[in-house]
Design a protein around this ligand. Structure first.
Ligand SMILES: [Zn+2]
Length: 257
């Protein structure tokens, strides 16, 4: 009989999957170790160009059970929150290859590469303490001028899901600022007293019209409150000695395979 502790692990999601049929939030998930099937997924050209789709496909294979659900449809992984998906990816890496991972970082000052041995078990995970799905509220300083020349200041963002990631990373535009705006625009739930249809019609243009200080404020609020693993890293450059802030690159999580 195979040793199940080696092959699978039960984990608790930081946010939880909302089953729309029952209205219940599920947090207990069982993962299985990656096999040759997933190695082939990682090498699939159509998935390599869309990080969101690759994560959905990996998790659809490796999540074997979600509490109180009879079966796990691939669609569930797309509807899952990004914070939970990133957490599952982290746990999948730990289950398959262990906690230690060699990570490389490129210095923004001198382009020098620093290699560090990371221990993935020490990555802090921000967990939602009470039942329910949080939103991120931001009060703008400079404000947004809508089409009727009214100024709006109160923005509310929902948490991004796998589907949002897939759409944002599927854009032809590879500019990282606009990709991030595309993801944020999909999560924008409220802009002052504008109605929902108008927000959707304006989409990414609302974000690109905001002042840079207001945009920074949004990014800070998102970073400070989004649940899931905190992949922020402070690195001392091996070459020039400068210290810089960066993030652990999840797209190379499985490249040692
Ligand atoms: Zn440097």
């Amino acid at each position: 009989m195979p040793n199940s502790a080696v092959w699978q692990r039960e984990v608790t999601l930081p946010i939880g999957y909302l089953d729309e049929a029952s209205g219940m939030l599920h947090r207990q998930v069982t993962l299985r170790k990656m096999t040759g099937k997933e190695e082939a997924l990682l090498a699939e050209p159509s998935l390599r160009s869309n990080g969101g789709k690759l994560i959905s496909a990996l998790l659809a294979n490796c999540v074997t059970h979600i509490e109180a659900m009879a079966q796990v449809e691939p669609e569930v992984m797309r509807r899952m929150f990004s914070g939970d998906r990133n957490f599952l990816l982290l746990e999948l890496r730990r289950l398959t290859f262990g906690d230690e991972m060699e990570a490389t970082y490129r210095c923004p000052h001198c382009q020098g590469v620093t290699t560090l041995l990371e221990n993935l078990s020490t990555i802090p995970v921000r967990v939602v303490e009470d039942e329910g799905i949080p939103v991120i509220a931001v009060t703008l300083t400079d404000g947004y001028r809508d089409l009727d020349d009214n100024w709006q200041y109160e923005l509310v963002f929902g948490l991004p899901t796998g589907e949002d990631e897939e759409v944002a990373s599927g854009r032809r535009d590879s500019n990282p600022t606009r990709q991030r705006d595309a993801l944020l625009a999909r999560c924008l739930k409220q802009v002052g007293n504008l109605d929902q249809r108008r927000i959707q019609a304006m989409g990414i243009r609302i974000l690109s019209d905001l002042s840079m200080p207001d945009r920074r404020q949004i990014q800070k609020a998102v970073d400070a409150t989004t649940p899931g693993p905190d992949l922020t890293r402070q690195v001392n450059c091996d070459r020039c000695g400068e210290q810089y802030l960066t993030t652990l690159d999840m797209s190379h999580f499985f490249s040692t395979a």
